[in-house]
Design a protein around this ligand. Structure first.
Ligand SMILES: C[S@@+](CC[C@H](N)C(=O)[O-])C[C@H]1O[C@@H](n2cnc3c(N)ncnc32)[C@H](O)[C@@H]1O
Length: 218
């Protein structure tokens, strides 16, 4: 099999994205590839917007070994499990989620990883989890009309100097009646007031009406 590391801890194996499993023998329902005594978990771009963004050619992916991440809208932790593989035991993910059901599933599915902290809270109110330390990356995947403002508020409160923010924008959650292109342009303009945009890609065919942005404070 042809294996190439395309970002720190993110591999392309015969053209499929994968991460090295932090907890051998544990997976969701993804395919496992065994190479040189290591387990690699295939990261499906149809099931994870971060994987879709990498597949669509983002040039900056700031999550690496030891990264501290604030993850807004972590849900059951599917994408976070790949971030958890990449950051290893030296890193940590603070996962904010307001659905009680999702948080229960998250706790069960990630307990063996040891680098994900579940936080049952509303990402619109960062003051409710103000105890979280400063992080290297704020990652946002919430379906909320205010999702750009939520990202900026959390980045302002928790991002270390030199840190990065990434977000998946769902145009239909912001305004279902308007053209996605227009929503994306407005979102970019809002972000540009305080951040430098490093990457912008749309996520089709993996996710329709979604875009993905990597940015950092100016
Ligand atoms: C698209 S799903 C996230 C999928 C997940 N990021 C993944 O790739 O595995 C969006 C999640 O955001 C959560 N959410 C939406 N608004 C939120 C808010 N204001 N605060 C916290 N969680 C929120 C939803 O409950 C849902 O679980």
């Amino acid at each position: 099999m042809k294996l190439k590391e395309i970002f720190d801890g993110v591999f392309s194996i015969d053209g499929r994205l994968a991460t090295k499993n932090l907890v051998k023998g544990r997976s969701y329902s993804e395919k496992i590839l065994n190479i040189g005594g290591e387990e690699y978990r295939v990261w499906n771009p149809d099931k994870s917007k971060a994987a879709a963004a990498i597949t669509k050619g983002i040039r900056n992916f700031p999550i690496k070994k030891g990264s501290k991440i604030l993850y807004l809208g972590i849900a059951q932790g599917q994408t976070a499990s790949y971030f958890s593989d990449i950051i290893g035991h030296e890193g940590i993910i603070y996962g904010v989620e307001f659905s009680s059901r999702a948080v229960s599933d998250l706790v069960i599915s990630t307990e063996k990883r040891g680098n994900i902290v579940s936080i049952k809270a509303d990402a619109r109110k960062p003051e409710d989890y103000s105890w979280v330390e400063k992080v290297d990356v704020v990652y946002e995947d919430v379906a909320d009309p205010e999702q750009v403002a939520i990202l900026l508020r959390n980045a302002g409160a928790f991002l270390k100097k030199g840190g990065y923010a990434m977000m998946a924008i769902k145009s239909r959650s912001i305004d279902v009646t308007r053209a996605p292109k227009e929503i994306f342009r407005e979102s970019v303009e809002m972000i540009k007031n305080t951040m430098e945009i490093l990457d912008f890609v749309t996520l089709e065919p993996h996710e329709v009406d979604h875009a993905f942005i990597v940015c950092r404070p100016r």
